[in-house]
Ligand binder design. Sequence first.
Ligand code: GLA
Length: 368
Amino acid sequence: MTIRSTNPGRTPSPVGVHREPFGTTADGRAVERFTLTSASGVTIAVLSYGGVIQSILAPDRAGALADVTLGYDTLPEYEKDKSYLGALVGRYANRIRAGRFSLDGRDYTLAQNAGGNHLHGGMRGFNKAVWSVEPFEEHGESGLALEHVSPDGDEGYPGTLRSRVTYRLTAGGELVIDFSATTDAATPANLTQHAYFNLAGSGSGDILGHVLELSASRFTPVDATLIPTGELRSVHGTPFDFSTPESVGARIGADDEQLRLAGGYDHNFVIDRPAAAALTLAARLTDPVSGRGVDIHTTEPGIQFYTGNFLDGTVMGKGGVPHRYRSGLALETQHFPNSPNEPAFPSAILRPGAEHRSRTVYHFVVRE
Ligand code: GLA
């Protein structure tokens, strides 16, 4: 089905949402794929399974399209996925130490699914849910509204959490992602999008030649289990300084304790913001060869820069090409890892009557 605006007098455009079946999960849930097209030439495919962004077609300097995100061709591969390729992540993006936290005098234990820690919402996080999806089209833009209800006790979390995420693709090539959530009991809530980018094209090689700029003068160093130590450390004079554009690979092999602990970059950066919750340019990523770029704006206080260090070539991706070591990188906008155990970090606790709201924008651009 292709949905098109019926506004009389509207100039026909390639904008629209195409909807099609994408198979049935092992436990019998029907999954759909929605393809958003825009006047910019950017085309994005989203699955109701995990709210996954399956593909992003973006033009280079010559107008040639490439799929710039990692993923799979089929649903069973997404059901097996352990790398969160393109998925929505919740209730809590990234790690919580030992899967434990206290809130309002009560102790909670969450699923421990990553070396004794809780990672990305647990054994079956929001990336494994089938979201209900409503397509929309307005003002020449196409989009999707996704909803998921996580029941009280899900993966150990308190309260029923109702999440809504919208993806809206603008005529200028921006994918605007709005996250919102409400709860009936106090709970940590930290939603993100876990797309991996390879702006030269998924399957074309590693991302070490990509050039990155991060609006971050500090990052949160980690221990051997990738839990932040609590320190906000200056990036100045370290391989973590991306305050001016630098290639991802230039210092990734440097003799640096933090790079050794994480096997590369896998760290939360503290975004320099003019005001709390201001939509701020957090990251600029460029493939200098093709000219494809993505600028990431967010209202979140942090961004996890992860260089695909756990990808090892054993899992096949789209077109039968394996996801090799460092063949994609993620820039996950978020509250800081382990915030429920770090009172000095911005709070990620959502309470009844309040609404969690955040926005992240991926702006796909061509740079000369
Ligand atoms: C995040 C984490 C990484 C890894 C990936 C998923 O980026 O920080 O350590 O778990 O997700 O593989």
